[in-house]
Design a protein around this ligand. Structure first.
Ligand SMILES: NC(=O)c1ccc[n+]([C@@H]2O[C@H](COP(=O)([O-])OP(=O)(O)OC[C@H]3O[C@@H](n4cnc5c(N)ncnc54)[C@H](O)[C@@H]3O)[C@@H](O)[C@H]2O)c1
Length: 319
């Protein structure tokens, strides 16, 4: 049994990971300011606080942890364009402060939520970890800067570069609940349920087989499992590194809409809209490094199965 501090554990991905740690018997404490997370999704001790508050961070870490899994962040690309300083403050300075305070307290592993946004518009797909880093938003820049901070920190770190997190806990008790919501699957499901206006399809003239953008949708449970692998590896003495977490396969927006229609049995109301600036045509991950080093590969690779879990959550969600 390990003692793990999970920052952002009240959020979408952090709550699934915390649940998995608890299920295998780890002792988990969540530190979260509840700015976008939900106390209802936390099944262990919750310290409500900001990762930028050194007093809270030091006091919490002084209780003794083997590892930190750091999900807490601002994570909206559009908001990062209008508030770049906030993104630098939370995502870069917050990460630096947390890693600095963790070093020397007995923390032997630091797992960090990075993002494929650090690659910007990749020249080739699938994208591997050595591809040029060319973030196209302050959000992507903050994730890349945080990775560099961790590379120089006094605690071994694993930077996990997620592609598009998707799905929900298969038992329907946890899932995605953002406001505003910017992710395609919950938006499509809400449109189906009449909770939102028709889905906007941003561009149909991309150089992809059906003209719509292609992304790599990775199930949140697969992400959670990868965190446990990375954590265990670091606790076992691995020096750390950076790994892509994706399925290695791309799904277009139209393919996703069709999957939502198959799963829900209803038509997705959608309308065409112009391309958004900075949206790459196609991005999916090369995942060989995670397979080789972490012994991990995505299990939920069928897009219909991912949508089924998200649909179960969308119909029954409590928060
Ligand atoms: N969702 C994705 O597709 C995706 C893709 C790549 C990377 N990521 C990264 O994964 C992580 C989790 O993403 P998510 O989708 O679960 O987001 P989320 O917004 O659901 O979770 C983030 C959590 O961090 C908390 N938080 C934010 N600022 C904080 C602060 N200053 N102090 C303490 N807590 C704070 C929020 O309250 C929330 O519970 C983020 O770091 C995000 O950048 C997400």
């Amino acid at each position: 049994m390990a003692r793990i501090l999970v920052t952002g554990g009240a959020g979408y991905i952090g709550s699934h990971c915390s649940r998995m740690l608890l299920e295998r018997g780890d002792d988990v404490v969540v530190l979260d300011d509840l700015s976008t997370g939900h106390a209802e999704s936390v099944a262990c001790e919750l310290v409500v606080g900001d990762i930028r508050d050194e007093v809270v961070v030091r006091k919490t870490l002084a209780r003794g942890f083997d590892g930190v899994i750091h999900f807490a962040a601002k994570a909206l690309v559009g908001e990062s364009v209008s508030s770049p300083a906030l993104y630098a403050d939370v995502n870069v300075r917050g990460t630096e402060l947390l890693a600095r305070c963790a070093a020397g307290t007995g923390v032997r592993a630091f797992v960090f939520s990075s993002s494929c946004s650090i690659y910007g518009t990749p020249k080739t797909t699938p994208v591997d970890e050595d591809a040029p880093k060319a973030p196209e938003s302050p959000y992507g820049e903050s994730k890349w800067a945080a990775e560099q901070v961790l590379a120089g920190a006094d605690v071994p770190s694993a930077c996990l570069r997620y592609f598009n997190a998707a799905g929900a806990h298969p038992d329907g008790s946890l899932g995605e609940s953002h406001d505003p919501e910017t992710h395609l699957i919950p938006l499509a499901l809400d449109a189906v349920m009449g909770r939102r206006p028709p889905l906007k399809l941003f561009g149909r003239d991309y150089p992809t087989p059906d003209g719509t953008c292609v992304r790599d949708y990775i199930h949140v449970q697969d992400l959670a499992r990868a965190h446990l692998r990375a954590l265990d590896m670091l606790l076992g003495g691995h020096p750390g590194g950076a790994w892509n977490l994706g399925t290695g396969r791309g799904t277009s927006v139209l393919e996703l809409i069709h999957a939502v229609e198959r799963v829900t049995g209803r038509a997705v109301p959608y309308e065409d809209a112009p391309r958004r600036t900075g949206d790459p045509a196609a991005v999916w991950a090369r995942v060989d490094r995670a397979e080789h080093d972490l012994g991990w590969r995505a299990q939920h690779t069928a897009i219909d199965a991912v949508v089924e879990d998200a649909w179960r959550w969308a119909q029954a969600r409590r928060f």
